[in-house]
Design a protein around this ligand. Structure first.
Ligand SMILES: Cc1cc2nc3c(=O)[nH]c(=O)nc-3n(C[C@H](O)[C@H](O)[C@H](O)COP(=O)(O)O)c2cc1C
Length: 323
């Protein structure tokens, strides 16, 4: 080992934090291969949701979020990571390789990592308190720093089209028995270390202003009323796996910064999982010039935080590289 090497325990601790990343249906579709100098992020295709996420976009975005979480966790642990994305054309499941070296952490990096454990997906209606423009500008700047455009979806920016697309996509997916089966298998759980627990789902999911995916009934109650969430759409120049990975990194960066600002967040992807509504939103929200990747709800939570969701044991998702 040299002075610049990183001890394996530090890497493992960072991987635990990285695995707190959001993922579609909490599927956690990633594996990590690591030693004291390198971490490889590998897509775990056994955890793909083929009916919900037929294009596989949500899976790669989820892995991108985990990649950004890992960058934040390593930085806070005093580890510089040089990232090569899609490093091996012959092995597209390897999404990124990080080369590690020791260096001191800054206060800002330490603070960013604490947001990993505070962040939650919050599906409740948000209050009508306005989200300050300055906060939105900061969140949008986080996306830009990752090479991703984040654009508000307000009345002028296509909010009505988004609600129509949500409903059309829900109808299309819910007409498929396999979709219902997949959703039932992955969500509304009472135990387990993956999937979405009932404790994170609404008792009545149909009251989300037409903007919520319908999940099995959960245990979160809320007052009837209007959702004061601001909506943002994330767009990339193209829709290849590299762009999807970058979108996931941008999503993570936006979520962690919003958490630091005290805001609640919820990613939404249902209308981007169905071809016809994907194309409609690409044209309506992004002028057919960018590829939509994720919709993000941001706002002020009505009450204290929702509970954390579980994660798989680290041993199930890591493999130590033997040289
Ligand atoms: C690519 C992606 C797509 C998602 N799509 C939705 C969605 O359509 N609706 C929703 O309520 N949550 C969605 N989520 C949030 C996940 O369900 C959530 O991250 C997961 O259950 C883990 O919970 P946590 O974020 O609170 O840690 C999505 C997350 C990601 C990364």
């Amino acid at each position: 080992m040299t002075d610049h090497d990183v001890d394996a325990m530090t890497v493992r601790s960072a991987l635990v934090l990285a695995s707190r990343a959001p993922s579609v249906h909490n599927s956690q579709p990633w594996k990590w291969r690591y030693d004291h100098r390198t971490v490889h992020l590998v897509a775990d295709l056994r955890r793909w949701l083929p009916v919900t996420d037929t294009p596989g976009r949500d899976l790669v975005i989820s892995c991108g979020a985990a990649l950004h979480h890992l960058r934040v966790a390593l930085a806070a642990a005093g580890v510089a990571a040089s990232v090569q994305r899609m490093p091996d054309p012959d092995n597209p499941d390897v999404l990124a390789t990080l080369s590690l070296s020791a260096r001191p952490a800054s206060d800002a990096e330490l603070r960013a990592a604490t947001m990993i454990t505070r962040r939650r997906t919050d599906r409740r209606r948000y209050t009508d308190w306005p989200v300050p423009i300055a906060f939105l500008d900061e969140i949008v700047a986080r996306a830009a720093a990752e090479g991703v455009v984040a654009r508000p979806v307000d009345e002028a920016g296509g909010r009505a089209a988004l609600i129509d697309a949500m409903q059309a996509a829900a109808e299309r997916q819910q007409a498929l028995d396999q979709y219902t089966t997949e959703t039932t298998v992955w969500t509304g759980r009472l135990t387990g270390d993956d999937g979405i627990p009932a404790a994170n789902l609404l008792v009545d999911a149909s009251t989300g202003d037409g903007l919520a995916r319908t999940f099995p009934a959960g245990t979160i109650t809320q007052e009837p009323g209007h959702d004061g969430a601001v909506l943002l759409v994330l767009g990339t120049a193209s829709d290849d796996p590299l762009s999807q990975l970058r979108a996931g990194e941008a999503l993570s960066s936006m979520l962690l910064h919003a958490t630091d600002l005290g805001l609640a967040t919820c990613p939404l992807t249902q209308p981007l999982e169905v071809g016809s509504t994907y194309r409609a939103l690409r044209d309506e929200l992004l002028g057919a010039r960018l590829a939509p990747q994720v919709i993000l709800r941001v706002g002020w939570a009505p009450q204290g935080p929702v509970p954390p969701t579980p994660r798989r044991p680290l041993e199930d998702m890591i493999e130590r590289i033997r040289r």
